[in-house]
Design a protein around this ligand. Structure first.
Ligand SMILES: *Cc1c(COP(=O)(O)O)cnc(C)c1O
Length: 365
C-alpha cells in the first residue's frame, strides 16, 4: 500500500451525489456566468469568515492582484511579501503593476518576519502581502502595527488559510482584505480555478467587483482599464456544496497533525512551530530535515509520498534573480522542508503508516 501525497478523487467520490446535484442545477439554470450561484457562495463564504464582503474571482492569484489594485495605488510602487511563498504570490503582485520586494521569514513558522518588513519599508512602499504559509496565519498584530505606522495597505495571502484564525479572527477581519484560492488542492477546492477576495471595507469590495468585470461601471462604459476575472456558476455551485463539510475536514486535518506531532517527538525530525493565538488549518504538514534527500528516499521505500513546498524561495527563481541578496532563514528552509501527506480522506491506517515511516526514517538519520 502506498500513501499518496494527495488523492483528490477520494473527496469527489465521497461527495458524488452532492456535487452532481449542484452541477446539474447549473445545467438547468442556463446561466453559466453571472447567475445566482456566485452571489450565494459569496454570502456564505463571507459569513464563514465573519466579514461583510466577499467577491468571487477566477483564481487566488487574481484575488491578490485585484485586492491590491482595489485597495491602493500600488502601480509603480513597492509591495512587500515574504520570499517563502509559491511563485503565484510574486506574479500576483507584479500583475498589479507593483515593484516586488521580498523579505525573510521567522524561523519557527516560516511566515513573514515583522522586523524584516519594518526594515524594508520606505517612502515607495504602498502595501504588504503577508503569506499565511501552509495555512498558519502570520504574526498579524505585529504586521498590522508596522502597516498602520506607515499607512500601508494589508492584503493577506490566505490562499492556504481557509478557516485559519488569528486570535479568533479569520483572514480579512483585521486587514484591508484577504485573498483566498479554491484551486483543487486547497482545503476548499473547486473543480478548476477559482478564488475570492474578502474584506470588511465596502469600497474596496466594490472596486474588486469593478475590476473583475472589465472595469465596466454601473452606467455602462469602462471607467477603469481592467481584466475580467469571474467565479463561474459551476465552480460556485461546487464550492457551496462543499462548504458545509469544511469544518469537519479542518478538524480532521488538525487531528492528524496533532497525531503526527505527538509521534514525531521521538523521531529527531523537527515539526514547524504552531504559534500561540493561531488556529492552524494544516493545508500542509511540514517537517524539516538537514538530510532531506535521504529522508525522501527512505519514506518512498516505506510507501509514503512527500512533496517540497517550496524548493526555491522567490528570489532564487531565474525570473526573480537579483530581487534580494541573501535571505538566510528562507534559503536554509527551502533546502530542509518536507511536506507529509495530510488530507481529511486519509484513513487511520494510512496516517499511522506515515507516522511509523517518519519515526523510523527520522531515527535512522
Ligand atoms: C495556491 C496559492 C496561490 C495562488 O492561487 P491560485 O488559485 O492557484 O491562483 C497564491 N498564494 C498561495 C500561498 C497559494 O498557496
Amino acid at each position: 500500500m502506498i500513501v499518496p501525497f494527495l488523492d483528490l478523487a477520494r473527496q469527489t467520490r465521497d461527495l458524488r451525489a452532492e456535487l452532481s446535484d449542484a452541477v446539474e442545477q447549473v445545467f438547468d439554470s442556463g446561466r453559466f456566468l453571472g447567475g445566482e450561484r456566485c452571489p450565494e457562495f459569496e454570502r456564505k463564504f463571507a459569513d464563514l469568515c465573519g466579514v461583510e464582503h466577499c467577491v468571487g474571482v477566477a483564481s487566488g492569484t487574481d484575488a491578490i492582484t485585484l485586492a491590491l489594485r482595489a485597495g491602493a495605488a500600488v502601480s509603480g510602487h513597492e509591495v512587500i511579501t515574504s520570499a517563502m511563498a509559491p511563485p503565484a504570490t510574486a506574479a500576483a503582485i507584479l500583475a498589479a503593476g507593483a515593484k516586488l520586494v521580498v523579505v525573510d521569514v521567522e524561523p519557527g513558522t516560516l511566515t513573514l518576519d515583522p522586523a524584516r518588513l519594518a526594515a524594508a519599508v520606505n517612502e515607495e512602499t504602498r502595501a504588504v502581502v503577508p503569506v499565511h504559509l501552509y495555512g498558519q496565519c502570520c504574526d498579524m498584530s505585529a504586521i498590522s502595527e508596522v502597516a498602520r505606522k506607515h499607512g500601508l495597505l494589508v492584503v493577506e495571502d490566505a490562499a492556504q488559510a481557509h478557516l485559519s484564525r488569528y486570535e479568533g479572527k479569520a483572514p480579512g477581519f483585521r486587514s484591508d482584505a484577504a485573498a483566498f484560492s479554491f484551486y483543487p488542492t486547497k482545503n476548499l477546492g473547486a473543480l478548476g480555478d477559482a478564488g475570492a477576495v474578502v474584506s470588511r471595507n465596502p469600497e474596496l469590495a466594490e472596486r474588486v467587483r469593478l475590476l473583475r468585470s472589465q472595469g465596466e461601471g454601473e452606467q455602462g462604459g469602462v471607467v477603469e482599464a481592467a481584466t475580467h476575472s469571474r467565479l463561474d456558476e459551476v465552480q460556485a455551485a461546487v464550492l457551496t456544496a462543499k462548504l458545509p463539510f469544511l469544518g469537519a475536514w479542518t478538524r480532521r486535518r488538525r487531528e492528524i497533525a496533532a497525531y503526527y506531532r505527538e509521534r514525531l517527538k521521538s523521531s529527531g525530525l523537527e515539526c514547524l512551530r504552531e504559534a500561540p493565538g493561531r488556529l492552524h488549518p494544516y493545508h500542509l504538514f511540514v517537517i524539516r530535515s538537514t538530510q532531506r534527500a535521504r529522508l525522501v528516499e527512505a519514506l518512498v521505500r516505506r510507501g509514503v509520498e512527500t512533496r517540497i513546498h517550496y524548493p526555491l524561495p522567490i528570489h532564487k527563481h531565474p525570473a526573480y534573480a537579483g530581487l534580494a541578496d541573501s535571505l538566510p532563514v528562507c534559503e536554509r528552509a527551502a533546502t530542509e522542508v518536507l511536506s507529509l501527506p495530510l488530507y481529511p480522506e486519509l484513513t487511520d491506517a494510512e496516517v499511522e503508516k506515515v507516522a511509523d515511516a517518519a519515526v523510523a526514517c527520522g531515527s535512522a538519520d
